[in-house]
Write a protein that binds this ligand. Structure first.
Ligand code: HEC
Length: 105
């Protein structure tokens, strides 16, 4: 595919999102928080520290800088762990992490 096609697709995607909307409107934050506490905190805390293992999300050189990257990194962890979460669960997790740490609009 030619580069300008890709760029045009990117523009369309960006424009189809309402301005300044929550990127994870369907997420159930409480459910995401429970899954996070059960599956995610211990390892992040051990490796990176911070309250509830949060340093990994707020470090200055964190990897996630867009909502799409959040979904991707989160999936990288759940795949590595063989958690086999439902897409809804990943969405709840993304919503939880976004609300508390990343705060993408
Ligand atoms: C066995 C250890 C382990 C577990 C359990 C784990 N992670 Fe991670 N996670 C990591 C490591 C290590 C990194 C850092 C990767 C890097 O910097 O290259 C990371 C990075 C991340 C990041 C990116 C942080 C950034 O830099 O912005 C997200 C988001 C994330 N994990 C989500 C999750 C979620 C959600 C869960 C639970 C479902 C989870 N992780 C469980 C080890 C783990």
């Amino acid at each position: 595919m030619k580069l300008h096609h890709l760029m045009a697709m990117g523009t369309t995607l960006a424009l189809s999102l309402p301005a300044a909307a929550n990127p994870f409107p369907e997420a159930d934050i409480a459910t995401g928080g429970q899954t996070h506490a059960k599956q995610c905190i211990a390892c992040h805390e051990q490796k990176f520290g911070g309250k509830d293992g949060s340093d990994i999300y707020i470090r200055t050189d964190r990897r996630v800088n867009t909502p799409g990257a959040l979904t991707q990194q989160l999936t990288a962890c759940t795949t590595m762990l063989n958690l086999d979460l439902f897409p809804e669960d990943e969405m709840h997790l993304a919503g939880y992490l976004n609300k508390h740490y990343y705060k993408f609009k």
